[in-house]
Design a protein around this ligand. Structure first.
Ligand code: ACO
Length: 376
């Protein structure tokens, strides 16, 4: 028998079509429904990009107003979700909180019914998606606050998605520069084709399971440091290095130990992540706003030294980690922020997968013992 063509990690394997986003590593570009992501980040509120991912077109003024109204109506943290979060130990990772909260929201959606067969129409799945999108900021913000011994803050109806997210986290009216940088980060994190967490969501959907289960699974996949967990790992590295002048000696030791340098490298982009220049520009505005040239110096020093030595470029987590740190988010909150953004892409993929479903079930090449029999 000839060896099967095994593609470890499904590297290079095209498993399906998608109309949601196009990643082109040759031209270093990322398109959401045809629009370059950097153009969307420079011109759109995150709500409009969420609408685009789900509906295929940017909203006009009336559509955006109506979408915002729905989003604002579902921002508050439900009592049972808060109660479930409060049961989780404070030293658990906040991604465990987010995963549990999404699960409780799903279990509370009585329209979903008690059958394992989920009969939701695309319209019902869109409604569920918008509600999760609207609910996640309160879940993430409350997670950070309770770890700091602070009370839940109620949402503000007069603020857009990003400003309200910052309000619920910090209890202060956010500065426009900060809102803009945060909004850009949400847009950049929203969607990225068949990455590990999105593919997880599609695999779960392919069994005819429900949208909430798909999102819960995706949260679990995103938690890992080779995927979403890398943004918090970047901050740990920054903390270890301390200042720009330590970069060379730190990198000598890290590479001697064969450590992976978090925030660098990408399965698809080998000559630079298309999202990095936009997020780096947003980080630069925050560096100026908070007057922290030391952060920019460390960022630049590690990037130039690592790229010179290994030819491996930063991914989106590299600029977003320090940006979230400057805004005031705890390092543990970074990956939950990624969830709040990526829930848009995940659920767009759930709807797309459900609309043209085939059970995802690959094969494996068995390498265990030959057939044998129980003795005696
Ligand atoms: N630090 C050190 N070496 C690296 C790094 C890194 N960050 N990334 C890749 N390499 C090296 C590998 O050690 C390997 O070297 P070898 O051939 O000598 O063994 C080579 O480059 C190829 O790396 P792979 O891990 O095989 O490449 P793959 O495409 O599977 O990896 C991945 C992509 C997992 C993202 C990897 O670059 C990595 O682990 N990066 C750090 C984690 C990270 O930042 N993840 C965020 C991803 S983007 C996102 O989720 C927004």
């Amino acid at each position: 028998m000839t060896d099967p063509d095994i593609r470890k990690g499904l590297a290079g394997v095209v498993v399906d079509t998608t109309a949601i986003s196009k990643v082109n590593p040759e031209t270093n570009s990322l398109l959401y429904r045809g629009y370059p992501v950097q153009e969307l980040a420079a011109t759109q509120p995150f709500e409009a990009v969420a609408y685009l991912l789900w509906n295929g077109e940017l909203p006009d003024a009336a559509q955006l107003a109506s979408f915002r109204e729905t989003e604002r109506a579902h921002r508050a943290l439900a009592d049972n979700v808060k109660a479930a979060i409060d049961l989780i130990p404070l030293d658990a990772h906040p991604m465990d909180e987010v995963r549990t909260a999404v699960s409780v929201i799903g279990a509370s959606d009585t329209a979903a019914g008690s059958s394992v067969l989920d009969t939701a129409s695309p319209e019902e799945n869109l409604t569920r998606s918008i509600r999760l999108f609207a609910a996640l900021p309160a879940i993430v913000a409350y997670g950070q606050r309770r770890r700091r011994g602070q009370e839940l803050i109620a949402p503000r109806d007069d603020l857009d998605y990003s400003a309200n997210f910052l309000w619920m986290t910090f209890g202060e009216e956010p500065d426009a520069v900060v809102v803009d940088a945060f909004n850009r980060s949400m847009i950049l994190y929203a969607e990225h084709s068949f990455n590990a967490s999105t593919f997880t969501a599609r695999v779960i959907t392919s069994t005819l399971s429900d949208l909430y289960s798909a999102v819960v699974g995706a949260v679990g996949a995103l938690k890992g440091p080779l995927h979403g967990g890398a943004n918090e790992a970047v901050l740990h590295i920054f903390d270890e290095i301390g200042e720009a002048s330590n970069v060379v000696s730190w990198l000598d030791a890290a590479l001697a130990e064969k450590r992976k340098i978090m925030g660098f490298g990408h399965r698809v982009y080998k000559s630079g992540d298309s999202r990095v220049p936009t997020m780096k520009a947003a980080l630069d505005t925050l560096v100026d706003h908070y007057d922290r040239p030391d952060v920019a110096a460390l960022y630049d020093a590690l990037e130039s030294e690592f790229v010179a030595r290994k030819g491996i470029y930063p991914n989106l987590d590299y600029p977003s980690g320090p940006a979230y740190n400057l805004i005031g988010f705890d390092t543990l909150t970074f990956t939950p922020l990624f969830v709040a953004a990526r829930v848009t892409g995940w659920t767009a993929h759930v709807i797309e997968q459900a609309g043209a479903n085939a059970l995802i079930r690959p094969l494996s090449a068995y390498v265990g013992p030959e057939e044998r029999h129980v003795q005696g």
